[in-house]
Design a protein around this ligand. Structure first.
Ligand code: SF4
Length: 232
């Protein structure tokens, strides 16, 4: 199961079994934990979710989207007022600035629509690769892997990636995971990360992937090894 030496066919077989079990255990897990009714609402909620819990963002957007009902409303808003409206979310100065600027670009370049290309999305204010991939997968049904801290940690422990860098992890996962699983990988693995494979104390004993995981039972595994060499 070494990341570099595991044969491609063996890894694919293992990943298919991992995904099968994740699907069995987390069938009810939604494709996004952020609540939104439109593509732009999901985009803005994802921008707000950086360094913040989804639960907190959902609480704020519940009120926010009643007040600002369109992309135009965000573009026209008073910045200080928007900051006050989202102040319970961290980094509210920059997030408010990004929402307003992003709304202006959406109107100016895309007629208020959310674009469906990675390059166009990542060119929007406040939108990084993680947010762009989430939009591509959830809104447009395109194959895209969202790499957040849970996905990074658990995927490394499972020996499907070997890096602490999100972009490298994403590219390695693209190589390790069959394309048909890319979009669902995030929420399934996130659910495992929240319930079993926590950052400090993974519950390997009760984990239904332990026979498929090289980091089970306290093995330092790939995540800790990768953390020692940032950018590796
Ligand atoms: S066996 Fe342990 S390290 Fe591996 S995925 Fe499960 S909880 Fe995480």
């Amino acid at each position: 199961m070494e990341f570099e030496t595991e044969k491609r066919e063996e890894r694919e077989k293992r990943v298919r079994e991992i995904m099968k079990r994740l699907e069995e255990h987390y069938r009810e897990v939604p494709m996004s934990f952020l609540e939104a009714s439109t593509p732009w609402q999901l985009l803005f909620a994802t921008i707000l979710s950086a360094q913040c819990t989804d639960a907190r963002v959902n609480k704020v957007t519940d009120l926010l989207y009643r007040k600002y009902r369109s992309v135009q409303d965000f573009a026209d808003c008073d910045l200080r007022e928007l900051e006050r409206d989202i102040h319970s979310i961290g980094f509210y100065h920059s997030k408010a600035r990004n929402l307003k600027a992003c709304a202006a670009v959406l109107l100016e370049k895309y007629g208020g629509r959310v674009p469906d290309q990675l390059e166009e999305l990542t060119a929007l204010p406040g939108v990084g690769r993680k947010t762009a991939n989430l939009i591509l997968g959830r809104v447009y049904g395109k194959a895209a892997i969202v790499v957040d801290t849970h996905v990074r940690r658990v995927s490394n422990r499972l020996g499907l990636a070997k890096s602490s860098d999100p972009l490298k992890t994403e590219l390695q996962l693209q190589d390790s995971i069959p394309r048909e699983f890319w979009t669902r990988w995030n929420t399934r693995v996130m659910a495992l990360g929240r319930t079993r494979c926590s950052s400090l104390k993974p519950k390997c004993e009760s984990c239904y992937l332990k026979d498929l995981c090289p980091s089970r039972d306290g093995d330092p595994g790939y995540w800790r090894a990768a953390r020692k060499k940032p950018g590796s």
